[in-house]
Design a protein around this ligand. Structure first.
Ligand SMILES: [Fe+2]
Ligand SMILES: [Fe+2]
Length: 144
């Protein structure tokens, strides 16, 4: 398995959990929504951690590109983290409209972010890094 396959699969898993979160919130099934949101947040943050702690530093070292795509990706992760915090707050307040509107912003951000990773950053990583070693190191951090 290469880096592109491994991390793209994680994007799909996070997307599918979010679809369930959205459904539970729409139905005002708050208990289920809270449980699913927790899972979504954990998976998303673990995925970010794998990229930030393992993939990006290695990408920067091997390609010498330090002020490029990895910086943009880190910035977008921070924007996503902030939205996740605000969504958690909205969920706590059972504020359905606020939650769904923040969720829509997050999904737009994440879809554009993931597309850039899947089409540019991951393929470049597979070409310039050792895919097997990277997948192994990222797997050691846990399963999304
Ligand atoms: Fe990312
Ligand atoms: Fe990613």
């Amino acid at each position: 398995m290469n880096i592109t396959q491994y991390l793209t699969e994680e994007h799909r898993k996070c997307d599918s959990v979010y679809a369930e979160v959205e459904k539970a919130v729409s139905e005002e099934n708050w208990e289920k929504a809270e449980e699913l949101f927790k899972e979504f947040k954990e998976k998303t943050l673990l995925h970010f951690k794998k990229e930030e702690d393992v993939l990006f530093p290695e990408f920067e070292e091997k390609t010498g590109i330090v002020m490029g795509p990895t910086q943009v990706m880190r910035m977008e992760h921070n924007q996503a983290r902030e939205l996740l915090e605000r969504m958690e707050e909205a969920l706590k307040n059972k504020n359905k409209d606020e939650f769904l509107s923040l969720g829509e912003s997050l999904m737009i951000l994440i879809q554009q972010h993931n597309m850039k990773e899947e089409q540019i950053l991951y393929p470049m990583s597979d070409q310039n890094l050792n895919p097997e070693e990277m997948v192994e190191k990222m797997s050691e951090l846990g399963e999304v």
